[in-house]
Design a protein around this ligand. Sequence first.
Ligand code: CA2
Length: 146
Amino acid sequence: MPRILVLHGPNLNTLGKREPEHYGSETLEDVNKRLVEKGRKWGCQVDTFQSNIEGELINQIHSSVDTYDAIIINPGAYTHYSYAIFDAIGAISVPVIEVHISNIHTREPFRHTSVIAPACKGQIVGFGTKSYDLALLAVREWLEGE
Ligand code: CA2
């Protein structure tokens, strides 16, 4: 059974509680429950993890080797400047899909750059919390086609 790790970066624990115009009204718990359930229906195990701490996300990326078949990550604002997360992703062979709830390319200029993207298999942005579902679908299709 494929195993997929979903990582959420800083401030995403407050999803659904602030800035609904950018991030919608669903909570992170709602999103996680839906992804786990979709994974179960599709025959894969989905585990989720959120941290506001860069090093904890990096530790999860390191320990995904030999445990997970793919990672879906929303690195939050670390997207725009964390070369440490870029290096961690670049050092593993597990495919990583970068996800954003909002369309980072239509927002403030500092959000237009992802320093993580060159280390990732692909990027899905701008579909609200459904960006995660689309990433799960992409992972599934990609793993099945391998
Ligand atoms: O659109 C995304 O998914 C982001 O990764 C969200 C990050 C932001 O820094 C990125 O540029 C784009 C921010 C996460 C903050 O999460 C909040 C959730 C609810 C209310 C306020 C912030």
